[in-house]
Design a binder for this molecule. Structure first.
Ligand code: ATP
Ligand code: MG
Length: 593
């Protein structure tokens, strides 16, 4: 079975089980400062799991594009990609474990024809916080799974959440296919990572509400969240050993072989480079071609994109690819996915130009790094052992983007070596510092549904409308990021705003606040919303139910909420900064005083 069939069969199955199909969202999350990319189908649905009413109902299903930067070091193995598609079904306070497990089982067995004798599952074993998930064990057994293929594992393996410090969380049950490979040891079990067991699907049962004091209370509205990986599942269905042996990667591998002259399957080193190149180019194409796509930069999502591209280029050099080459495999990715993700096709030329510009830039970086190295060389040569200190190699890497391997190559030409341990230490120290920064961000993160964030969300709608009035109808939201301290809003507009324009926008927003406009919400189809003239990123599916928020007669916008009840409670709106975000996109930071 091909990926296209699997997606369709999955959605059809859950729709026939009374689920509503909802559209997948952008890879760049809205209003969530805790992560850079959408990591799971559940991610855009967190507000609804936390209790918001979803306009499409209590049973939902979709296909979601996902990026997991945390898996980057595993890329090249049989199962971990940085970009993958997740199929999901959700119960928002509707069915629970029994039905979820039954539907998963039926889908695997009857719809896609998995050999159930090869299915193993894991469940939560229980600890001081919550008991063993005997319910799930019972339901699997009722379906005929023997004890020997039901594994009990601790929190680290079979537990999800909460998203922040408190909130919904609970046990999960994961489904693995036995690949037939020998066990790696007598202790080999699903999740061990040796490749015998291949994880394809996870059912998460949100049934506890973690409290501030660390205790776990039963959740008022238990929810189900499931995620099945498209690439992994078709690998199993096609009897293959690795995601790279499926139709989603074969054409990319062949293209790299053709361009480089390298042969896949002849040396592990070459194969690894080819797999990394394919994965990274695929992910980069999706990041640039996303409906809210970004370009390479030195911060946030743009930085991840830059790292992926430069790593791909570097592995390309290893294969002897000296010319610019990335657009060619990217072209294949776009063709492969253009029906499922039309945004890629619409942005085809743009994607190529961004890729080529980055290849040029990296070429210059490499030149600069080499120059810098030459400058340092006389001093470095004074070291009697001819060892280049790790921190020097790290500075070249951190400041000039000059990769360690290239420093080592240059060193070798001079009869020198690089202190790799020292480099790793410097890198670890750097990562620790960044992590401390990230933890700080997390505190104000996803679970922070404080009143202030809600107010900033409401203020964002007023700002969006005011910008359209002052600058024109071409203004469209390109991104939004809210904390309890400020809002950040990216929008399409070619020029820097003048002082007068900024004042005018502020005045309009403050007038809407002084007018104490009531805020109301109505659910309707996306077409009805369009007809009413509601502002939106219209990526929703035809006929899909959406929420429309109305703020007096000032603003009408499709949005998931939440919002406050009256604009009069916002205080005073002030724009702190107006700057460029990327080509053709401006960024405003604003506060409520
Ligand atoms: P693993 O332990 O193998 O990393 P996971 O437990 O992190 O997987 P989940 O978070 O449960 O995976 O995600 C649900 C499903 O999404 C998985 O069962 C798998 O099919 C798919 N998936 C997760 N991570 C990846 C990835 N990096 N590449 C491809 N598919 C993935
Ligand atoms: Mg994982």
């Amino acid at each position: 079975m091909k990926a296209d069939d699997l997606r369709k069969k999955y959605i059809d199955f859950f729709v026939s089980n009374n689920h509503k199909e909802i559209s997948g969202k952008s890879l760049l999350p809205e209003n969530d400062p805790t992560v850079l990319f959408t990591t799971a189908g559940m991610h855009p649905l967190v507000p609804y799991i936390l209790g918001e009413v979803h306009p499409a109902g209590k049973r939902l299903t979709n296909v979601q594009k996902c990026i997991r930067t945390g898996d980057i070091d595993d890329v090249g193995d049989a199962t971990h990609l940085t970009f993958f598609e997740m199929l999901g079904n959700w119960s928002l306070g509707d069915y629970f474990k029994k039905e979820a497990i039954n539907m998963s089982f039926n889908f695997l067995k009857d719809v896609i024809g998995i050999d159930i004798n090869k299915l193993s599952v894991t469940v939560f074993e229980g600890d001081n916080d919550a008991p063993c998930d005997n319910d799930s064990i019972g339901y699997w057994k009722e379906l005929g799974l023997p004890d020997s293929r039901i594994y009990k594992l601790p929190k680290g393996d079979n537990w999800w959440g909460p998203a922040g410090q408190t909130g919904p969380c609970g046990p999960d049950t994961e489904m693995f296919i036995d690949t037939g490979k020998e066990v790696c040891s007598p202790e080999c079990i699903p999740g061990c990572g040796c490749g015998k067991y291949f994880e394809i699907w996870n059912n998460v049962f949100m049934q506890y509400d973690k409290q501030e004091d660390g205790s776990f209370k039963p959740l008022a509205m238990p929810c189900v969240d499931t995620g099945m990986g498209v690439e992994r599942t078709i690998t199993m269905l096609q009897g293959k050993k690795s995601v790279y042996q499926t139709e989603l990667f074969i054409p990319l591998i062949e293209k790299i072989e053709e361009l480089s002259g390298a042969k896949y399957g002849e040396s592990e080193d070459t194969d690894m480079s080819i797999r990394i190149i394919c994965d990274h180019i695929r992910t980069s194409t999706f990041i640039i071609g996303d409906e809210k796509g970004v370009q390479p930069s030195n911060v946030g999502q743009g930085y991840i994109l830059r790292r992926l591209l430069r790593r791909a280029i570097r592995h390309g050099k290893k294969l002897g690819l000296e010319e610019k080459f990335i657009s060619k495999p990217a072209d294949i990715v776009i063709d492969m996915y253009k029906d499922q993700y039309p945004e890629l096709n619409e942005k085809r030329e743009f994607i190529f130009s961004v890729l080529e510009a980055e290849e040029d830039k990296f070429g210059l970086t490499l030149k600069k790094g080499e120059q810098e190295f030459s400058k340092l060389l006389p001093n470095l040569k004074k070291n009697p052992k001819l060892i280049i200190p790790g921190r020097v190699a790290f500075t070249l890497f951190d400041t000039y983007g000059f990769p360690l391997e290239l420093t080592e190559e240059l060193a070798k030409e001079e009869g020198m070596t690089v202190d790799r341990d020292g480099f790793d230490k410097a890198f670890e120290k750097h990562k620790e510092l960044s992590k401390q920064g990230a933890d700080k961000i997390f505190k104000g993160g996803m679970a922070d549904d404080s009143v202030m964030s809600t107010k900033y969300h409401t203020a964002t709608h007023l700002l969006h409308k005011a910008l359209k009035i002052v600058l024109g109808d071409h203004v469209n939201q390109k991104g939004s990021n809210i904390t309890s301290e400020r809002l950040r809003f990216d929008f399409s507009h070619p020029d820097k705003m003048t002082k007068e324009e900024i004042q005018e926008v502020e005045a309009l927003v403050n007038k809407a606040i002084e007018d104490k406009l009531p805020i109301t919400m109505q659910t309707m189809t996306v077409e009805e919303a369009k007809d009413l003239g509601a502002m939106a990123l219209f990526s929703s599916k035809y006929g899909e139910q959406v929420k429309v928020y109305k703020m007096g007669d000032f603003s009408l916008e499709v949005c998931g909420g939440p919002h406050i009840e009256n604009t009069g409670d916002l205080g005073v709106f002030k724009i702190k900064k107006e700057q460029s975000s990327s080509a053709g996109v401006r960024r405003i930071k604003a506060v409520l005083l």
